[in-house]
Design a protein around this ligand. Structure first.
Ligand code: PLP
Length: 433
């Protein structure tokens, strides 16, 4: 790893320790840190939502990915969480980056990441963004249409193009196929059109949809890529890059296990792209890296009790974080998230069907369409949402003037080069400036 560089990159010049970084002691977790901060706020009227991001967990996810998929180099999908700390840690760990826009390119390049470690993996890009990529030397670009080839020929003739194909995504929680991906039937024409425009196509990519539930989607897509490689060679392209996209599930303990998924992928690679072909294999994981990194604490700011059908008591809780803040993705998830209640009860509390609303004046601002079962709670009580690192902060807005949860970043002992500095403080001690 390249952790030596991390030490310097985490320190902004002139300041000994960045304000939003805190230290986690050995065995410390984001959950413990969240509970400690809740305790700290117990006498305060200010109970804004916050998150703790465990950067050690991020390093662990990278290690797990590398171990399970040794032939696949990860290009982290910046859209999943574009926090500077996340990007800095990953840059120091040596990952590549999948950027979707000029702003994401700027962000990653500003960290000193070499342009060769970036793929501009949005198949439909604005001409100005393509021109920017050319200007900054970012050459790997995906495409899935003839129009895109025309733009690239005009603004970035030196690009190394990657053809994004359609992949079976019906087994994913967040399908993408209606928007992106060329059908196998369309590939032949796109490859000859690229050649005729003088453009180099170097590889093939796909995306099985985010939070994919079966490794068979990857195996099928890898087999399809082999066919497209043959078409590419036939059209005179030198095909050398296979990009597996994202889609790897994020939650720890998800089924099928990541390792199981990885072994099916490894077998498919061995069959369709044996190592002696020299084909470089990359992927664009987002959710897998980030989901478990963040834990959120949210406060109940309002409450109503209503009678449902049959006279059953229901509770409406109004939280200070919701659909327009960091929890936008929740409404698209297949099952509602039930938070952990931070409250002690003398005996097992009775549970009620509850609706969790966000703080804005929009009735659509709720965490899920279905009710969740929770005990009777009070205004001022805290709820904890684990595994909220993926597609949360990066999708938030300030609608109605509500700021999304503030995030503090925790470094633990796993980021070894920082151990000296971190270790000097007591476990969980805040290192805020
Ligand atoms: N690559 C591309 C092109 C994407 O559109 C996405 C997500 O939308 C990703 C990678 C990351 O996917 P995931 O978070 O499922 O790994």
């Amino acid at each position: 790893t390249h952790l030596g560089g991390l030490k310097e990159s985490l320190r902004s010049p002139g300041s000994p320790w960045p304000a939003e970084l805190i230290a986690l002691g050995p065995g410390g977790s984001a959950r413990q840190e969240v509970l400690r901060k809740i305790q700290e706020l117990s006498d305060s009227i200010h109970r804004d939502p916050f998150m703790v991001a465990d950067l050690d967990m991020l390093a662990s996810r990278h290690a797990t990915f590398r171990q399970a998929l040794p032939r696949v180099w990860p290009f982290y999908a910046v859209k999943c969480s574009s926090s500077p700390w996340v990007l800095r840690v990953l840059a120091a760990l040596g990952t590549g980056f999948d950027c979707a826009s000029q702003v994401e390119l700027e962000q990653v390049l500003s960290l000193g990441v070499a342009p060769s470690r970036i793929i501009f993996a949005n198949p439909c890009k604005a001409s100005a963004h393509i021109q920017y990529a050319a200007h900054r030397g970012v050459k790997l670009l995906t495409f899935d249409s003839e129009e895109e080839l025309t733009k690239v020929a005009k603004h970035h003739p030196e690009a190394r193009l990657v053809l994004r194909i359609l992949a079976e995504d019906s087994k994913s929680r967040f399908p993408l196929n209606t928007k992106f991906g060329a059908s196998l039937e369309a590939c032949g024409h796109l490859l000859t059109r690229a050649r005729d425009l003088g453009l180099a196509v170097v590889g093939v990519s796909f995306h099985v949809g985010s939070d994919c539930q079966t490794p068979q989607s990857f195996a099928q897509a890898i087999a399809d890529c082999r066919r497209v490689f043959q078409m590419g060679h036939g059209a005179g392209h030198h095909m050398s890059l296979l990009d597996l996209g994202g889609g790897f599930p994020g939650a720890e303990g998800s089924e099928p296990a990541f390792e199981e998924m990885a072994s099916v992928i490894n077998a498919a690679l061995a069959q369709d792209f044996p190592e002696d072909t020299g084909v470089e294999v990359i992927a664009e994981p987002g959710r897998f890296y980030m989901a478990s990194v963040c834990t959120a604490a949210v406060n109940i700011i309002g409450k109503k009790a209503v009678l449902g059908p049959g006279g059953h008591r229901k509770l409406l809780y109004y939280l200070n974080e919701g659909q327009y803040g960091s929890f936008r993705i929740f409404l698209r998830e297949p099952t509602p998230r039930t938070p952990i209640v931070v409250k002690e009860f003398l005996s097992e509390p009775r549970l009620f069907p509850c609706t969790l609303y966000g703080p804005t004046c929009d009735a659509f601002d709720r965490l899920s369409l279905e009710e969740v079962w929770l005990p009777e709670l009070d205004v001022g009580d805290w709820l904890i949402f684990p595994s909220v690192g993926a597609y949360t902060c990066s999708m938030s807005s300030t609608f109605n003037g509500f700021l999304p949860a503030n995030v503090c970043y925790a470094l633990g002992p796993q980021l070894r080069c920082l151990e000296e500095e971190v270790g000097g403080r007591a476990a969980g001690d805040s290192a805020r400036a």
